[in-house]
Ligand binder design. Structure first.
Ligand code: C5P
Length: 227
């Protein structure tokens, strides 16, 4: 049994307000995705990392000089499609159905190797697999189309799902095939099979860079780590 990382990096990042896809924005001296891949490369348990790129991607090689993992230009129209294609690319490179795949968003570039190791330790003996996640701290409101509160959600049982999310290759491929395009993470597809992924508490700084203001905060954190 081996562990592989799969990094979907084929999104356009339209919410980020950047002139180039967000994975290629420079932060603290290197591209966002270079930070992500450096963290994964420092995890000794991982046999290899596969990056899923858009078919028309022309930036990866320059953005991640010296990348020693695998890359495949097989990204699809949705995140789920990109991950499905990535699983197939892993099979073509020798990964087995029982091997573990850790799917990690390129856009979560503050990842630290020890968080990945913590997830692996917590889930490697699990029958289903699991994910990094955070108990929700804010009080959650359901809104109507006019931005008025309709309802307050009980937050005590709520977690925010992050990545990495780790599942066995065969199970994950089956789950994503059955789930269609609407799922926004791997765990949702697994849940739709009636299985219950394990939640592993993540640190606060494992956020996904999505909106313009996320980039300045991430840069501050990266620079403070370098200091
Ligand atoms: O858009 P969002 O922030 O949810 O994307 C999460 C991750 O999935 C990003 O790393 C993005 O590049 C990737 N993605 C992808 N293929 C898509 C859409 C998103 O690989 N079609």
């Amino acid at each position: 049994e081996r562990f592989f990382a799969l990094v979907p990096a084929a999104g356009s990042g339209s919410r980020a307000g950047q002139p180039i896809p967000k994975q290629y924005v420079e932060l603290a001296g290197r591209s966002l995705i270079a930070h992500t891949l450096a963290a994964l490369a420092a995890v000794p348990e991982l046999a290899q990392t596969l990056v899923v790129l858009a078919p028309e991607d022309a930036r990866f090689a320059a953005a991640v000089p010296g990348f020693a993992g695998w890359s495949a230009r097989c990204g699809g129209a949705t995140r789920a499609a990109s991950v499905r294609a990535g699983l197939q690319a892993l099979r073509e490179r020798g990964a087995g159905e029982q091997d573990w795949v850790l799917v990690h968003d390129a856009a979560r570039c503050l990842l630290r190797p020890e968080w990945v190791q913590g997830l692996i330790e917590a889930c490697r003996a699990d029958a289903v697999g699991g994910l990094l996640a955070q108990p929700v701290a804010d009080t959650l409101k359901r809104a109507d189309a006019q931005g008025r509160v309709q309802h307050t959600q009980d937050r005590r049982e709520l977690w925010a799902a992050q990545t990495p999310q780790m599942f066995r290759l065969g199970l994950l491929a089956h789950a994503l095939d059955a789930a269609g395009e609407a799922v926004t993470d791997e765990a949702s597809a697994i849940e739709q099979l009636g299985l219950a992924p394990r939640l592993v508490r993540a640190p606060l700084d494992n956020f996904k860079l999505t909106l313009p203001e996320d980039f300045a905060l991430a840069e501050l954190i990266l620079r403070s780590r370098q200091a």
